[in-house]
Design a protein around this ligand. Structure first.
Ligand code: SF4
Ligand code: SF4
Length: 160
């Protein structure tokens, strides 16, 4: 799971909320359709790599209701069926195939419209650009990040 180190920033939700606020005037989903005049920093290749691995997807309390509603179940059912709590963090379960329980090989994310912050923000994490080693690790892990894009350009585009 490529996000475990990066998700340290998200352990209490503070960074996620700060980042959401910072970008509230420019929804992150628009980043994939950015640019025109320069290379795209990111375009998801739907490889599923970021949905593979154990326990890396943290769910914030204020995301539970929306995900549960999208599944047509109660928040309590969502928590008991699809989440676990460990070290004070609520995370989504992993299936027997090693992927997130909501990952489908054909349909991709089954809760896409309401997926947790770490998923909806990826790869535009503050933690990902904190140093060049982390940035290089992220580029190797996610084929959607344009390998021709510089760290500086990536940061620039993430703020647009
Ligand atoms: S690893 Fe990158 S390219 Fe692959 S599905 Fe995740 S975001 Fe998309
Ligand atoms: S919630 Fe969706 S995007 Fe996030 S890891 Fe699970 S399947 Fe992937």
């Amino acid at each position: 799971m490529i996000r475990l180190d990066l998700l340290e920033y998200w352990s209490d939700g503070t960074e996620a909320k700060r980042y959401r606020t910072h970008t509230s005037s420019a929804p992150l989903l628009q980043y994939s359709t950015l640019l025109g005049d320069s290379m795209k920093a990111f375009e998801c290749k739907k490889c599923g790599s970021c949905c593979f691995g154990e326990g890396g997807i943290i769910v914030q309390d204020d995301e539970v209701d929306a995900i549960a509603a999208s599944l047509g179940i109660t928040p309590e059912s969502f928590l008991s069926k699809y989440c676990r709590s460990k070290n004070g963090r609520l995370t989504i379960l992993t299936g027997t195939d090693g992927f997130c329980i909501f990952y489908d090989q054909e349909k991709q994310c089954l809760i896409h419209p309401v997926k947790p912050s770490p998923c909806s923000l990826w790869p535009f994490y503050p933690a990902l650009v904190k140093d060049r080693d982390t940035w290089e690790m992220a580029k190797e892990a996610c084929p959607g990040i344009n390998p021709e894009c510089s760290l500086e350009e990536f940061v620039r585009q993430s703020k647009e």
